[in-house]
Ligand binder design. Structure first.
Ligand code: FE
Length: 201
């Protein structure tokens, strides 16, 4: 059974004007679809065919001869997680358990936001900024290219922000800071972070 492009949790124009329909047409419809297609080609006829995505990612990460497979499999997972990390009418300060935990682990929402944008802005070239739960504490991470905290022992991803240029270039051109600001102010999905935090506990 081949992997399929997972459905977007909203319509392609639902995040506009912060993230446009045109961006999602390329980012979801072309880039994410290409990662799915490449993954299917790479596992076709191998003993990884039919295995869960997470297992394929872990197997490929442990084998340097499978770097191409790792990149495509992890990008399939990372992008699905990214679409859920946003929602129409999202953004702003969190509420619920994640809000309390941000206050206790970062000091304040503003300190978290500064660190999160610092991670995204400090990722040279392509990559991701993450909010993860590690050993019971929230941490901000950045990863290059397709790398993901999913496979890190004891780390549970709660949110991610794609900082590859394909995530923002059509809407913000070269201004990654403007994209990250809009992402936090207008689209971040704290319900998803709260759900992931609850599932991890
Ligand atoms: Fe992307």
């Amino acid at each position: 059974m081949a992997f399929e492009l997972p459905p977007l949790p909203y319509s392609r124009d639902a995040l506009a004007p912060h993230i446009s329909e045109e961006t999602l047409n390329y980012h979801y419809g072309k880039h994410h679809q290409a990662y799915v297609n490449n993954l299917n080609k790479m596992i076709d006829g191998t003993d990884l065919e039919g295995k869960p995505l997470e297992e394929i990612i872990e197997t490929a990460e442990a084998d340097s001869s499978k770097a191409g497979l790792f990149n495509n499999a992890a990008q399939v997972w990372n992008h699905t997680f990214y679409w859920h990390s946003m929602k129409p009418g999202g953004g702003g300060k969190p509420s619920g358990a994640i809000a309390d935990k941000i206050d206790s682990d970062f000091g304040s929402y503003d300190k978290f936001a500064e660190e999160f944008k610092g991670a995204g802005g400090g990722q040279f070239g392509s990559g991701w900024a993450w909010l993860v739960l590690k050993n019971g504490k929230l941490e901000v991470r950045k990863t290059p290219n397709a790398e993901t905290p999913l496979t890190e022992d004891g780390a549970t991803p709660l949110l991610t922000m794609d900082v590859w240029e394909h995530a923002y270039y059509l809407d913000y051109q070269n201004s990654r800071p403007n994209y990250m600001q809009a992402w936090l102010e207008s689209v971040v999905n704290w319900d998803f972070a709260n759900q992931n935090l609850a599932d991890a506990n």
